[in-house]
Design a protein. Structure first.
Length: 358
């Protein structure tokens, strides 16, 4: 009960931070475009049919936003111009309410999982790693699907740790994972990739009767919206930043050390490796395209790497910590490693704060 109360406190504190961020930063071009084109110009049926004129036309976020705006009676009056920012305190709060709640729930969920499974110390480390991840701050208060995507990505990884890493398999676990998979594929077309990667490595553990909801239904939904999504050209200007912004090099090195030193839970390591490989493949593909036509490929399109950069990095660090419970020298080294990761993360986050809080 104490952990649940603390997790609720974390959620409420994060929600307050999120609303402060929402108020301090004007509405950006992409948020205004989504509001005008995808929400105010389309009805519920059109959204469900995949008629959203954006690269991601998966409907869940837009249905939730539109329902919330209907309830609040909200309508953005300002006209839209490309590369326009709008300072409108009421609109900033209302349009960003659900994203703030999604990202705050993700932070609280990570804290709760580690605190409940491994103790309050692990929960506090999880909170520290999460809050020193710049992408969390950048998209905490953005009226776009990224907060929901992060929340569902965290939920998927935590459930996988439960069933694969901690062997806490039950009908309820598979049911929750199936729900998360369906919601992922209704949030972003890339959810299909996350679902397939997860299922490849847990295939033999899954009760066969659950495969319909764990794989078939999410994939069918994802494919429907992917086939109806508009296609836009992209170009790459800084390929390494696309990955490092979401999965920093210091955390990658820590995970690589886990791959060399931990024989257990290789499936979880392979899931992280597969996600990184897919990200690298996407970047490599667009690097082969000559010229600078189309949109710049942004780090936010790879935000699916942020949950493993927090959750799996801490999980494997904690595995080392427990392995050397009676040896002080390895534990000193582990503390130094984690301190370095947190310091580097804090420095990166401070740079982001300069942009968000000024």
């Amino acid at each position: 009960m104490t952990v649940k109360i603390l997790a609720l406190c974390v959620f409420l504190a994060c929600t307050g931070i999120g609303f402060c961020l929402a108020q301090k930063n004007p509405l950006e071009n992409d948020e205004i475009y989504s509001q005008k084109s995808s929400l105010q110009n389309l009805g519920f049926v059109d959204i469900l049919k995949g008629k959203i004129d954006e690269g991601n036309n998966s409907p869940l976020f837009y249905l939730l936003q539109k329902s919330f705006f209907k309830f609040k009676g909200f309508w953005l009056e300002e006209s839209f111009q490309v590369e326009q920012d709008i300072c409108n305190p009421d609109a900033q709060t209302i349009m960003r309410t659900l994203p703030v709640l999604f990202m705050s729930a993700a932070v609280a969920l990570i804290f709760y999982f580690f605190a409940a499974r491994f103790g309050l110390g692990a929960g506090m480390l999880a909170l520290a790693l999460t809050l020193t991840s710049p992408m969390i701050w950048l998209y905490w208060a953005q009226a776009r699907p990224y907060g929901l995507w992060v929340l569902l990505g965290c939920a998927q990884l935590l459930l996988l740790i439960d069933v694969v890493g901690l062997s806490r398999t039950s009908a309820r676990s598979w049911a929750w994972l199936a729900l998360v998979h369906v919601l992922l594929c209704l949030t972003t077309s890339f959810g299909m990739v996350q679902v397939v990667i997860a299922m490849v490595f847990v295939w033999r553990m899954v009760p066969r009767q659950d495969l319909v909801w764990l794989l078939a239904v999410p994939m069918a939904l994802g494919l429907f919206y992917f086939m109806h999504a508009p296609r836009y050209p992209f170009h790459v200007t800084s390929p390494t930043d696309l990955i490092y912004d979401n999965f920093p090099l210091d955390r990658l090195l820590l995970l690589a050390a886990a791959a060399c030193g931990v024989k257990n839970h290789l499936k979880l390591l392979r899931i992280a490796g597969a996600l990184l490989l897919v990200a690298a493949t996407i970047i490599a593909y667009y690097l082969t395209i000559k010229g600078a036509a189309g949109f710049e490929l942004s780090s936010r399109y790879f935000i699916f790497l942020t949950p493993p950069a927090i959750i799996l990095v801490l999980f494997f660090w904690w595995e080392f910590w427990r392995r050397y419970a009676r040896q002080w020298w390895p534990r000193v080294y582990l503390l130094e490693v984690l301190a370095a990761v947190l310091v580097f993360g804090a420095l990166r986050t401070y740079i982001v704060w300069q942009r968000l809080w000024v």
